[in-house]
Ligand binder design. Structure first.
Ligand code: ZN
Length: 247
């Protein structure tokens, strides 16, 4: 997607883009240590700045001309008027986290305020049996967009049968929270897809009117849709997250 007029311009763009990629990687690695208070926020910050740099390079803006940060279900963006839809500050609604909130509330899960404040995204605890996947709910935790659900205790079902009771210990909970936190910051990375829609002039007016940041969610939905046909451990985001997990 570069607009290199010549080779040196292209190389320059590539170099700038790799700065973004490095920051994103650092942020995702940081997320794998997010049971340390404050690290979750740092992870979000690094991935937000890295993704913003990459978006700015793709749109031929200055490296830090616009920075967009996801706070729960909002994308807050600060930048020059030309890069930020005519205003220094914009707030957009993100559909993915709304879907995550809805799924958790529908299942009777409760928000863990303390964990959410520590990490900078919404973290729910599964207090009831999950009917999200009533026949096979083997997961100890899962993420929808940047919304995390942790299960402390309950029953696991396999093929519609109650397989076992479980009570996660603190160590297990910490590891699965950190794993899901990597997925949560990855969601901001998907947000970069939004710049493709920004390039589509007609979409600008839609965006201005409804203040949605749809591109990232469309990308996220496409990836989730494609990956559901693959076993859990073969999904690209899973492979990536498992490599970033610290043991
Ligand atoms: Zn995972």
């Amino acid at each position: 997607m570069w607009r290199g007029e010549n080779t040196s311009k292209t190389l320059e763009q590539c170099a700038k883009g790799s700065i973004g990629g490095t920051l994103i990687y650092a942020g995702e690695k940081a997320a794998s240590y997010s049971t340390t208070p404050g690290i979750g926020w740092a992870a979000h910050g690094l991935v937000a700045i890295g993704s913003s740099v990459r978006e700015n390079v793709a749109q031929d803006y200055d490296l830090f001309e616009r920075v967009a940060y996801d706070l729960a279900f909002m994308r807050l963006s600060i930048g020059s008027e030309r890069s930020n839809h005519g205003s220094i500050f914009q707030a957009y609604a993100l559909l993915g986290p709304f879907a995550g909130i809805w799924a958790n509330l529908a299942q009777g899960n409760s928000l863990n305020w303390q964990a959410s404040l520590y990490n900078g995204n919404l973290i729910f605890e599964a207090t009831e049996e999950q009917y999200f996947r009533p026949n096979d709910n083997d997961e100890q935790s899962y993420g929808i967009a940047n919304v995390i659900t942790i299960r402390r205790e309950g029953h696991k079902y396999r093929d519609g049968k109650r397989a076992d009771d479980y009570h996660a210990d603190q160590e297990d909970l910490a590891r699965s929270l950190e794993h899901e936190q990597i997925h949560a910051v990855m969601y901001r990375e998907f947000g970069s897809v939004d710049v493709l829609l920004e390039e589509w002039e007609k979409y600008n007016r839609l965006k201005q009117r409804f203040h949605l940041s749809l591109g990232g969610d469309l990308g996220y939905a496409a990836i989730v849709g494609i990956s559901t046909s693959f076993p859990h451990e073969l999904r690209a985001s899973e492979w990536n997250a498992s490599n970033l997990d610290h043991k």
